[in-house]
Design a protein around this ligand. Structure first.
Ligand code: CAA
Length: 380
């Protein structure tokens, strides 16, 4: 392990690996085939303390450090990418935003339920004409007495099918771009708030990705998260942690595919010997082992900086920029080593190959990560 983990962090890894092998892995292929979320796993994730890892103990959370949280994401992704992204968006974006920006009333209202799994959280930034250019969002929230009235549309919202609280970014003033945006906590079932059908996706098929429609949706002024106009900072600061989590997800997918590749190479016999004895296969194994170790260092460094309350936007983007393509490279090799079998549904590497692709896209594409990194480097 390149990073020295504490005894507590090692225990987190081994207990979550054991849990993931017993409770998460057996469902992974079914969730993928049926495009359905692992609703039966959510109470178990809560019982393990995984849903409350980013929540302080006083609100019922398990209050681990962020490095432990990303280790949990990595271990879940090693066996089921779907389950890992549900936890990343809930813990790394929704819970973390409420912890960072919420007032006492909001923390009391949401966090205990989010730790216990009664309330799953979601984060709603993307719109049809505001993807990479997040500051172009058009959803409006107009103040009317002691409430705000929301109108607009969101797309690609993770966890939307079963989440109960949605952190929604909306424009509260006519200032253009990233200014004049505010964040709101909107409850499922609020009149005027409709959730579309889940998208049929290439991978992470169980995570429930839907469009949202706000039509004269009235929320109380107390739903405002942070101050009016803070919304873009709420979104960006949340994404620093979220991107570290997605990098950990990509790392976990790569690790899972790597283990499948090695096992298969040792038992598959061609030309009278296991294919692991062929140099062509050995090089794929060597490259993958090296790149996974490098990716792990980047992910853990970003999480460690967050734990030490140091700036980590650059390291979060570097971890995501490296680990997204790492996951697609390693899963590509794993399919290659499996030959025709790797192309057949039922072999985990077929699913992992599809699951990996989104890690180069969501929570900021690789191109956006390069933009963030280069701006921070040039500013120094
Ligand atoms: N923390 C706090 N504040 C930040 C910040 C950070 N990490 N990054 C930027 N800001 C602040 C800036 O300081 C600036 O504040 P001032 O106006 O006071 O100076 C403000 O935000 C605007 O920043 P920029 O000038 O950098 O904004 P920009 O318009 O040039 O774009 C961007 C920035 C990085 C391109 C941004 O638009 C971006 O990240 N785009 C990608 C969007 C994205 O990641 N979407 C993911 C959707 S969520 C998702 O995918 C979840 C899921 O389902 C899994």
């Amino acid at each position: 392990m390149p990073y020295h983990l504490s005894d507590e962090q090692e225990i987190v890894r081994s207990s979550i690996r054991e849990f993931a092998e017993a409770e998460v892995k057996p469902l992974a292929a079914t969730l993928d085939r049926e495009h359905r979320p692992p609703l039966e796993t959510l109470p178990k994730l809560a019982e393990m303390g995984i849903l409350g890892m980013t929540i302080p103990a006083e609100y019922g959370g398990s209050a681990t450090d962020y490095l432990s949280f990303v280790i949990a994401i990595e271990e879940l992704a090693r066996v089921c990418a779907t389950t890992s992204v549900i936890v990343d968006v809930h813990g790394g974006l929704a819970c973390a935003n409420i912890v960072r920006w919420g007032n006492e009333e909001q923390k009391q209202k949401y966090l205990p339920g989010m730790a216990s799994g009664d309330i799953i959280g979601s984060f709603c930034l993307t719109e049809p004409s505001a993807g990479s250019d997040a500051g172009a969002l058009k959803t409006k929230a107009v103040k009317d007495g002691d409430s705000y009235v929301l109108n607009g549309q969101k797309i690609f919202i993770t966890n939307a099918g079963f989440a109960k609280v949605f952190c929604v970014l909306a424009r509260t003033s006519d200032e253009g771009g990233t200014r004049g945006i505010s964040a709101f906590l909107v409850d499922r079932g609020t009149p005027g708030f409709a959730i579309g059908d889940p998208e049929r996706k290439m991978g992470i098929r169980g995570s429930s990705t839907c469009a949202l429609q706000f039509s004269d949706c009235r929320v109380p002024a107390s739903a405002l998260l942070g101050n009016e106009g803070d919304g873009f900072k709420v979104a960006m600061s949340g994404l620093d942690g979220g991107r570290t989590g997605i990098a950990a997800q990509a790392l976990g997918i790569a690790q899972g595919a790597f283990e499948e590749m090695v096992d298969y190479a040792k038992q598959r016999v061609q030309f009278g010997k296991p294919i692991a004895e062929q140099q062509a296969i050995q090089w794929m194994i060597a490259d993958s082992a090296t790149e996974i170790a490098a990716g792990r260092s980047l992910v853990y460094e970003a999480a460690d900086l967050e734990d030490r309350h140091l700036p980590f936007s650059q390291q979060a983007s570097m971890a995501k920029l490296y680990c997204g393509p790492l996951a697609t490279r390693v899963t590509h090799r794993a399919v290659q080593v499996h030959g025709g079998n790797g192309y057949i549904e039922g072999y985990p590497v077929e699913r992992m190959y599809r699951d990996s692709r989104i890690t180069e896209i969501y929570e900021g594409t690789s191109e956006i990560q390069r933009m963030v990194i280069s701006r921070l480097v040039l500013r120094k």
